[in-house]
Design a binder for this molecule. Structure first.
Ligand code: SF4
Length: 649
């Protein structure tokens, strides 16, 4: 069909209201079709390198929402990443999808052939550090050829003329694959309108992509539901509908950050309560098609909340596409999980939230804990002061099926955590790690190295505190990167940043002339980076040793915690494995046992003095100091945390 582009009328909030009235009318009269619009079909696409063992939550949610609101708009979803995974093999695909720069560099030559040699040099840097199996199977030019062949065949095999709109959900490392696919579709079918949306189009990045690439007709800023519905209505010819403000087109002119932010605010759903259950049918039929002989059980993404109620971390730009914080009620989330599990015969779920909503998560996991199904869940959470304490929460979460968590630990220095605006302290981070281990929750977390402006004293504090977390499963290290529109990016002087520049890896992927026109979400900077690299080196080495110790120990099939206690009613036996492999045993009797057990939750000296009035304050403090010296207890000012976890041999 002929595509009607932007009308040129000044778009207003009223247009959104009209669309909503239209949507409600469509929902109420679901069997009738508005006489003045044509039924249209759209195709929503998620390109590599989305994780192949899970459907795209963006596509599933948008399809369900659009089809729920209007029977005039039919939504197909395409998951070419499944086919690419079947061509490359699961192991290689998985490795690539975990390496953002490699992911982008494999599609870069399809868009900018002149960058091929630079992109290859970038990839080889990462491949040289991969395990031998990946190194053996990785041949850059051959892979690029395979990927290109797949792309051309995939574009050729589809009748794009049936679609009035083709939408790309562009999130982490899907930028070049989406460029390549959009360009190929546009070439084959120039009249098909192409819209980009997703986190890679947040803030002014989306506007710059629209301005630079001829094959992008529209960009949706912020969340997609209302914007995409409005775009469908606009394209279908619904009378008196102009493009809402959060959709930018080539004709809508450039907008500044403030205008864009206001549009995101106006265009998002006021509540998540109306969101239908995601529709993953397209993914499952693609899975059957591309993995007929090697079926795997997918992990289903679910969404409990959008945004982050904290939203202050200095390095974070994860919330650019949302305004404010919204979450579903526990009952809605529970119903969604049950429907998806029954529909797809799956039991494993991953929450895509930036942070699990603690208030609703507790009743939710109480419900899943009582449910007959053996669900498992992964979620991101935050270490923080909480009521009830982490100890109680984690045990409920675990019983409800939460099996793995990603926690924003980031640092083991209090002043550094303050610079990062994390709103947590070292002892709270340690308490989270302790509770995760005691409750058999797999904890993944990062330690951010080279945060701009960090001091030698903070590095020293980190090195000292690493001794106390040695018994827990090790964290990964992540060098600080400058996120576009993060608080550090907005206030660089505060962190000693002199100049903000493009990330050097992007010079390998983009021609200079293009790079100068676009805004990308990862930046680099000039400031104290060289100094940071030097001072953080010992931390990197210490974390590497921590990781190696735990890997070797796993190979030895020793599953006991490195530091644990067994309770003998009036005494405790503590077993401690040291970094050199030596085993120490400690016995705490009577009041010593009681004091140690009191500290299994963060406790202050005042609380201990009140609880043990029969023991002098001096004796309590000296006992605690001795435990700290032995690294079986941590203290921070007047707060104490027993590090050993309860474990039965
Ligand atoms: S890092 Fe996590 S907790 Fe911090 S602002 Fe970002 S989403 Fe929120």
């Amino acid at each position: 069909m002929k595509i009607c582009f932007f009308s040129g009328r000044r778009p207003t909030q009223k247009s959104l209201n009209r669309i909503n009235r239209f949507s409600r009318r469509q929902t109420l009269n679901s069997d009738t079709r508005a006489p003045h619009i044509k039924s249209i079909k759209i195709n929503l696409i998620s390109m590599p390198w989305a994780l192949f063992n899970r459907p795209s939550v963006q596509l599933g949610t948008l399809k369900a929402y659009i089809e729920d609101k209007s029977h005039d708009f039919l939504v197909d979803t395409s998951h070419p990443y499944l086919q690419v995974a079947s061509i490359l093999g699961m192991d290689l695909y998985h490795w690539v999808s975990r390496n953002p720069w490699v992911s982008e560099a494999l599609y870069s030559p399809l868009v900018f052939p002149e960058q091929a040699a630079y992109a290859e040099s970038l990839v080889l840097k990462y491949v040289s550090k991969a395990d031998p199996k990946i190194k053996r199977s990785f041949h850059y030019k051959y892979l690029v050829e395979k990927i290109e062949k797949h792309l051309l065949e995939w574009v050729e095999s589809c009748n794009w003329s049936q679609y009035s709109l083709v939408g790309f959900s562009v999130c982490f490392h899907q930028l070049f694959a989406s460029f390549a696919a959009a360009a190929a579709i546009k070439k084959k079918h120039p009249h098909t309108a192409i819209v980009f949306g997703g986190s890679s189009c947040a803030a002014d990045a989306g506007q710059s992509l629209l301005n630079t690439f001829h094959f992008i007709d529209y960009v949706i800023q912020g969340e997609g539901e209302r914007g995409l519905l409005a775009l469908c209505a606009y394209i279908s010819g619904l009378q008196n509908i102009s493009l809402p403000e959060n959709i930018i087109s080539k004709k809508s002119g450039s907008k500044n950050d403030l205008q864009l932010q206001g549009q995101v605010d106006d265009s998002q759903l006021s509540s998540l309560a109306d969101l239908p259950v995601p529709n993953y049918e397209g993914y499952f039929s693609d899975q059957k098609k591309w993995f007929p002989d090697k079926p795997f059980i997918p992990i289903l993404p679910v969404e409990f909340s959008r945004g982050c109620w904290w939203n202050k971390c200095a390095f974070c730009n994860l919330n650019l596409q949302w305004c404010g914080y919204r979450c579903k009620k526990a009952a809605q989330m529970m119903a969604e999980v049950k429907i998806l599990s029954t529909r797809h015969k799956c039991l494993d779920f991953t929450f895509v939230d930036n942070m699990l909503p603690s208030k609703e998560a507790l009743p939710f996991f109480k419900m899943t804990g009582k449910d007959a199904s053996d669900y498992t869940f992964f979620a991101e959470i935050r270490s923080a002061k909480s009521k009830p304490p982490a100890a109680d929460i984690f045990s409920i979460y675990r019983q409800g099926g939460l099996s793995a968590i990603q926690v924003g630990i980031e640092a083991f220095s209090n002043s550094l955590l303050q610079k990062m605006q994390k709103g947590v302290s070292v002892i709270e981070n340690m308490a989270t790690m302790r509770e995760a281990q005691e409750n058999n929750l797999k904890l993944e977390g990062n330690l951010i190295l080279q945060f701009p402006g960090s001091s030698q004293a903070e590095v020293t504090e980190t090195l000292e505190n690493l001794d106390f977390v040695f018994p827990y499963p090790p964290l990964a290290t992540a060098s600080f990167f400058l996120g576009h529109d993060s608080p550090v990016h907005k206030n660089p002087q505060k962190y000693g940043i002199k100049t903000i520049v493009n990330h050097p890896n992007n010079y390998k992927l983009f021609p200079k002339s293009i790079l100068s026109q676009i805004k990308l979400l990862i930046k680099d900077y000039r400031g104290d980076l060289a100094h940071q690299r030097i001072i953080w080196k010992p931390v990197l080495q210490k974390v590497n040793k921590w990781q190696q110790y735990h890997v070797q120990r796993k190979q030895g099939a020793l599953q006991k915690p490195l530091l644990y206690y067994r309770d003998g009613a009036d005494f405790l036996l503590i077993r401690q494995e040291l970094p050199d492999g030596k085993i120490l045993h400690h016995r705490l009797q009577g009041a010593s046992r009681q004091i140690y057990l009191s500290c299994t939750r963060i406790t202050t000296d005042t609380e201990l003095f009140a609880k043990f009035p029969q023991i002098s304050q001096e004796n309590i403090l000296s006992f605690l100091a001795d435990l700290k010296k032995k690294k079986i207890l941590f203290s921070d000012k007047n707060k104490y945390l027993a590090l050993a976890v309860h474990f039965r041999d």
